[in-house]
Design a protein around this ligand. Structure first.
Ligand SMILES: NC(=O)c1ccc[n+]([C@@H]2O[C@H](COP(=O)([O-])OP(=O)(O)OC[C@H]3O[C@@H](n4cnc5c(N)ncnc54)[C@H](O)[C@@H]3O)[C@@H](O)[C@H]2O)c1
Length: 338
């Protein structure tokens, strides 16, 4: 069978180290990809590009429709806008999927967390639309737009995903009591769609109560579907529950393109030291295999990562070990090839 075309963005800071670790793991499991390496953001500018999203990267992503991505630095307060946000818009990556699972050997707050956050990735308050500050600096405004079409497709995505993965329940998190138009529309559409899926339990929760209950009793959550900004916050909260962003993979899914990534940033404070934890992007690579229908290899990777961390075998300092990015990857590879 022909190798699957894949665009690889190694990213900035710790990105190249952890993406290389994930590629080594994919090789070890025998996943056959035809890889095209491209740069975006700071890495592209450093190589003399004038655009943080160079045409060569756009062409490669359009051609392959599949991306494995390391973290990309976004300059604060000046320079270009986030290439992460730009890519979501440009390639219509409307669904952000963030699974969080407790792993033994980590600082997970509970040992039974298994929650998938499905976040609408393009609209709402997070989209950055209509941001204006008055000339005298006394008033600022931004536009939050929620549409029926956007809501329908993300909520349907969450229910379909729940059904495909044998999950029991979808919880819709909203703030329709106060944000009656935007959150109200999302909730209304959610109720309509939930009625079509009588095999999946549905409930709804106000987002602030959701945050509290996630901290106090996370076992009651299964799949959470929500709007862009709430999803941004809730999914990081879930990552905190399992011991941090370094353990949580993410997927951005559209109809013609899917991008799998580490959800943390480029960690400039430890860049170049070779000690970054590659788990997030290795698990993102497993999610990519799931997306391609190769659950067998995906499960093997997850099992090897779980066993490596549980054994404390060459784990990185953030997990309390004295291993390095490459030695941790070696430990995972040894389990895969044993
Ligand atoms: N998806 C992305 O590309 C993405 C996501 C978030 C932030 N960023 C960008 O990354 C840059 C740095 O952001 P930040 O410092 O706020 O967040 P960060 O996630 O890079 O770092 C926060 C803390 O977590 C640690 N950390 C992160 N990943 C780790 C790993 N794999 N192993 C061990 N420790 C890890 C860092 O050392 C740091 O102490 C910014 O430019 C930001 O815009 C990119």
């Amino acid at each position: 069978m022909a190798a699957t075309p894949l665009t690889v963005i190694r990213g900035d800071g710790i990105g190249p180290d952890i993406v290389d670790a994930a590629l080594t793991v994919l090789d070890a499991v025998g996943a056959d990809f035809d890889r095209a390496f491209v740069d975006v953001g700071q890495a592209a500018l450093d190589k003399g590009e004038t655009d943080p999203m160079p045409q060569a990267a756009v062409d490669s992503i359009e051609r392959t429709g599949l991306v494995l991505k390391g973290p990309v630095t976004t300059p604060v307060g000046q320079g270009y806008r986030s290439v992460n946000v730009a890519m979501r818009k440009q390639f219509d990556l409307y669904a952000n999927v963030r699974p969080t699972l407790s792993l033994p050997g980590t600082r997970a707050r509970y040992d039974d967390i298994d929650i998938i956050t499905v976040r609408e990735n393009k609209g709402g308050m997070y989209s950055g639309e209509g941001q204006v500050t008055s000339d005298d600096g006394q008033r600022a405004e931004a536009l939050s737009v929620v549409t029926r079409e956007q809501s329908e497709r993300i909520i349907r995505f969450a229910f379909d995903m729940a059904r495909d993965r044998g999950r029991q329940k979808v919880t819709l998190a909203h703030k329709a009591n106060i944000m009656k138009s935007t959150s109200g529309l999302f909730l209304k559409v959610g109720r309509e769609i939930a009625a079509e899926y009588d095999d999946i339990e549905y409930d709804e929760i106000i987002v602030d109560a959701c945050a509290m209950k996630l901290v106090m009793a996370p076992e009651q959550f299964d799949v959470i579907v929500t709007t862009n900004l709430f999803g941004d916050i809730i999914s990081d909260l879930c990552a905190g529950l399992i011991g941090g962003l370094g353990l949580a993979p993410g997927a951005n899914i559209g109809q013609h393109c899917a991008m799998f990534e580490a959800v943390h940033g480029s960690a400039p404070d430890i860049a170049g030291q070779g000690i970054a934890n590659p788990t997030s992007v290795i698990l993102a690579a497993a999610l990519m295999l799931d997306h391609l229908g190769d659950n067998e290899r995906a499960t093997r990777i997850r099992t090897a990562v779980r066993e490596t961390i549980a054994a404390g075998d060459r784990t990185t300092p953030d997990l309390g070990g004295d291993g390095r990015t490459d030695t941790f990857a070696e430990a995972v590879v040894e389990r895969l090839t044993a």
